[in-house]
Design a protein around this ligand. Sequence first.
Ligand SMILES: Cc1cc2nc3c(=O)[nH]c(=O)nc-3n(C[C@H](O)[C@H](O)[C@H](O)COP(=O)(O)O)c2cc1C
Length: 304
Amino acid sequence: MSASGTSGVGDDFARQHNVNRLGAFVTKAVTLRRRQGNPQPRTVETPAGMLNSIGLQNPGVERVIADMAPVWAGWETPVIVNVAGETAGEFGALAAALDGVPGVAALELNISCPNVNNVLDIGQSVLAAGRATRAAARATELPIIAKLTPAAQEPAQIARACVDEGAAVICAINTVPGMAIDAEARRPVLTRGMGGLSGPAIKPIALRVVYEMARAVSVPIIGCGGIRSGLDAVEFLMAGATAVQVGTASFANPHALLDVIDELEAWLEAHDVSDVRDIIGCAQQFETDVPAPLLEPVEQHAAG
Ligand SMILES: Cc1cc2nc3c(=O)[nH]c(=O)nc-3n(C[C@H](O)[C@H](O)[C@H](O)COP(=O)(O)O)c2cc1C
């Protein structure tokens, strides 16, 4: 799958590549109202990655439905719309707006964006993440994917709360909060100060979070973070993911999404794996220091 925000709403991608080869296309985040995003500069390259603080620039949900849903409806590949709200109510309203729209196959809840106020806060709180998921799940028949941040103190607990409240799938991870400083200007490079780190630099963090989450929930996990080759995808599958998303790699190599598919297939063939499911979670069987999370029921947090 494409990782949200790195291949737009798919029209450019579909013009240049066979979009139907993807397992799914995930759109840039959509909000209730149009957003201009943060002022420039809002991206900067870093060692082994990049920082962005786009700030959820998008034309708003109604415009996206009107302009793009008819295009998506013509694709064989399912389209997952990434939605971002600042409150549980906004997540519910977005889910209601997209419910039943032809061309929309699922919703990915962006409760993990570091580049706008409030959204990251939702993703760091068991209670708020659960509420946002519940609001969305009640407003639509569409499957709900909760996309989580590695910045939460206990990401596995957040995942459990989202599943308890109706998430059918977990996606991990969104970008890692970070910063770059311009020494000559003596100020942060990004206008907003901080941004989200992505690319190969975050792959070990993403693998660890996927590994932990696979122990905490029984729903499928989509692995994301620094994947740029078929071998990277294999590692995420072994950690416990059942699908992967490719984001930043597409900026350096516009063909990265399809290359990862080809390389994954070649790796499986070279290693005599006839069914990809045979490697999913295989790294989980080894004793490690990653604890199986001792999770308290979500109700206790709600009560507390
Ligand atoms: C420029 C840019 C924009 C992004 N926009 C979104 C977004 O709108 N919604 C979202 O959930 N994630 C967004 N992300 C995060 C990616 O979907 C992905 O989770 C993250 O970049 C890690 O994967 P990668 O290392 O393969 O890029 C964005 C990432 C980048 C680099």
